[in-house]
Design a protein around this ligand. Structure first.
Ligand SMILES: Nc1ncnc2c1ncn2[C@@H]1O[C@H](COP(=O)(O)OP(=O)(O)OP(=O)(O)O)[C@@H](O)[C@H]1O
Ligand SMILES: [Mg+2]
Length: 260
């Protein structure tokens, strides 16, 4: 194997040139409404998501964060308004070039290694040796090398979540959505997930990450999109948000006053 190939196989996610339209990393959200059970659960959201920053979504339980993430990923159809990625409507076409890590990990009933191999095989252009090297590098990056042959369903919650993350990265997404991926994980698992997310971001993956953990926002985030009652109340850089959020909803949330 040439040096170049070895280096590439070891990298978590291949670098992509900035401004590559195929990345679909710029989202325009206009007048977005999602209604169910007679309630406007997403109640008129206008938002621009830019390729660069790690975007953290915060807000109280039931604010509509997970629904917004599903709408961005084209898993739900808006009642009205629109989500487009570089001008392309969010849906089956855009979703193929993005990946999502759910709060409850979604895994196949096979070994840890086979879970990653399955995703790598869907990608063209790699021979078997390259796939195995890349799988091993991904497993190593989140401390799962010793679990490779074990059935995925026997992993602990934190291990399953780390596997779900590298499965998402194996698909080489332009955008990675994460819905509270570290809720109820121990500090070591949290750190491994944050490191893998940071590394993916450095390689050019757009990150959109839901969390309730302000410490995590400070460690990982560049900007915060704050939601309350189905609306976005502010989109603010992390330093500004941490020192003084602009919306009264975010201020109440950070000070532990309930916003419902
Ligand atoms: N398909 C649905 N039909 C009816 N109501 C729904 C549906 N999906 C979600 N909801 C409601 O929409 C609201 C927003 O849900 P969502 O899951 O987006 O909240 P969230 O901000 O992610 O909260 P959490 O922090 O608890 O995860 C909740 O009140 C939820 O019960
Ligand atoms: Mg949620």
């Amino acid at each position: 194997m040439r040096m170049h190939d070895a280096a590439e196989a070891l990298s978590l996610v291949r670098p992509r040139p900035a401004g590559d339209a195929d990345n679909l990393q710029t989202a325009d959200v206009k007048g977005l409404v999602f209604q169910a059970g007679g309630r406007r659960l997403i109640d008129g959201v206008d938002l621009t998501i830019n390729p660069g920053p790690i975007t953290m979504i915060m807000g109280p339980n039931g604010a509509g964060k997970s629904l917004l993430l599903r709408l961005l990923h084209g898993l739900l159809t808006p009642t009205s308004g629109s989500v487009s990625w570089n001008g392309e409507k969010a849906g089956d076409g855009t979703r193929k070039r993005q990946a999502m890590v759910f709060q409850k990990p979604v895994l196949l009933r096979r070994s840890v290694a086979a879970n990653v191999d399955f995703v790598l095989k869907l990608k063209n252009g790699r021979n078997r040796t390259e796939r195995i090297e890349r799988r091993n590098a991904l497993l190593h990056s989140v401390g799962l090398s010793d679990h490779a042959k074990q059935p995925a369903r026997l992993l602990s919650g934190g291990e399953q979540q780390r596997l779900a993350l590298i499965r998402a990265l194996a698909s080489e997404p332009g955008v990675l959505f994460l819905d509270e991926p570290t809720a109820s994980l121990d500090p070591a698992s949290v750190l491994m997930i944050e490191n893998a997310v940071s590394e993916a971001h450095l390689k050019g993956v757009k990150i959109i990450f839901i969390t309730h953990d302000i410490g995590q926002v400070k460690r990982l985030g560049d900007e915060v999109v704050f939601m309350a009652k189905g609306r976005v109340t502010e989109q603010t850089s992390v330093p500004a948000f941490v020192s003084a959020p602009r919306s009264k909803e975010a201020d109440a949330y950070l000070n532990g006053r309930l916003v419902i």
